[in-house]
Design a protein around this ligand. Sequence first.
Ligand code: NAD
Length: 481
Amino acid sequence: MKTYGHFIHGKEIPASTGETFTSLAPMTGEILGHAARGTEADVEVVVTSARKGFLYWSSLPPAERERILLKCADQVEAKYEALLNLLIDESGSTIIKAKYEVLYTASVLRTAAGEVRRLYADTLPNEKPHRMSMVVREPVGVVLAISPFNAPLVLLAKMVVFPLGAGNAVIAKPSEETPLIAIEFAKVLHEAGLPDGVFNVVTGFGKEVGEPLAKHSGINGIALTGSTATGVKIGEIAIQSMKRLQLELGGKNPLLVLNDEDINKAAEIAAVGAFTHAGQICMSSARILVEKPNGRAFAEALAKKAKSLQLGDLRNEKTAYGPLINQRALDKVIQHVQAAKDGGAEILTGGDVHDGLIFQPTVIYNPPQSGPSWCEETFGPVASVTECDSFDEMIAIANESDYGLSAGVLTNDLVRGMTAARKIRCGSVHVGAHSFQSDPMAPIGGYGMSGFGRSGGKYSVEHFTELKWISLELGETPRPF
Ligand code: NAD
């Protein structure tokens, strides 16, 4: 069984305590490897390495950073099989989701490379006639990227490569559920020519090593993709030391089905939105609002589709989804479904464990709108459906959430679709599609408790730059004394 170290300054090194923790395959319970269990004692060494990496990387001409990031993309593709298999095993992803994740990671790298030469800023028309002013962008320094378990390669990649594109160095602290894929990713980028110290990975638990890293004065920015509860903690730490912050947090995303839409087609789309990766997707279509009179008919069509899904065999291209990440995640799903039942909702299909950590695809009709299955992030294969009397009511209910990450609107009526897109308070709204959409160029992020800042394309790259005003006196300026 392989033991992995942290990846610091181009090589694997054990935790300074010598301690490790296991990475388990959620599908089989098999131990996949042991990872270094980081603590505060590891922080100084990784920050020192990253500060050196930053000095070197930020001094390179943009064309050189672009060249290396493009080579990194090629290397991810060259290591496709190894990354794919580890991703399937460690995160319980189906082969379809894992393939998408590896290829998307290469695409994110190429997008970041494309942004390197586009760090435009401005010259300013000044009040003073003798002054010339310009604004330049500079990298913020060393960025800490804290990543979640659910898409452990691509979400990590997004938080790493866009700051790299801007000239920052990055230290990653991946989820304790998926440490190995992060170490393998760092090795792949290093093999492609990313210099020592520019991208380091420290594995371990949030409180034990994530917090000390976040607090360290050698860290200038933090990107977190994770739960809202963790976001609040990290936000407090970041503000105390004035670090640049990007938070991509939870969602309870609405999917609106307007009454001109074909019910069966809507059910097919909604099933993908709600059940992909067992609903362990921040943008999962968890709250489905159907315009009257189609509520019941739509919910039944969705239940029929849900019953037909193939579960479990991760390497079968037809499998819809596999296990939840751990027992705690499964218990939360069970508790949310039970609360909906207790509140008088109908369970049209599912509602129980299928096998091991796999939960049945579940459709809840008319859940109590004050209960956890409607208000809180379930992060499981559970779609809650409710019927609404009018378009205005759909918008109002869609916006009755602390979250505001993503939404979908299924309709053929462009005017009502675009009206909904403008009125729904979410970071993204997709007309003609479910709420789980991504694009490396797009600004991904949320309103309200779904976080702030946007990741993707130029938005991420710019987020991790400082704006500096530089002025030049062109002649003798009048002096007041
Ligand atoms: P989590 O918040 O439990 O953990 C995320 C990361 O934060 C992990 O690396 C964890 O070790 C670290 N962490 C936890 N406590 C910490 C602390 N006190 N200090 C420093 N680091 C700490 O989230 P998770 O269960 O891994 O992921 C699922 C969550 O992520 C869901 O809420 C989901 O919606 C969200 N998510 C959001 C997006 C998005 O784009 N908005 C994308 C994917 C996942």
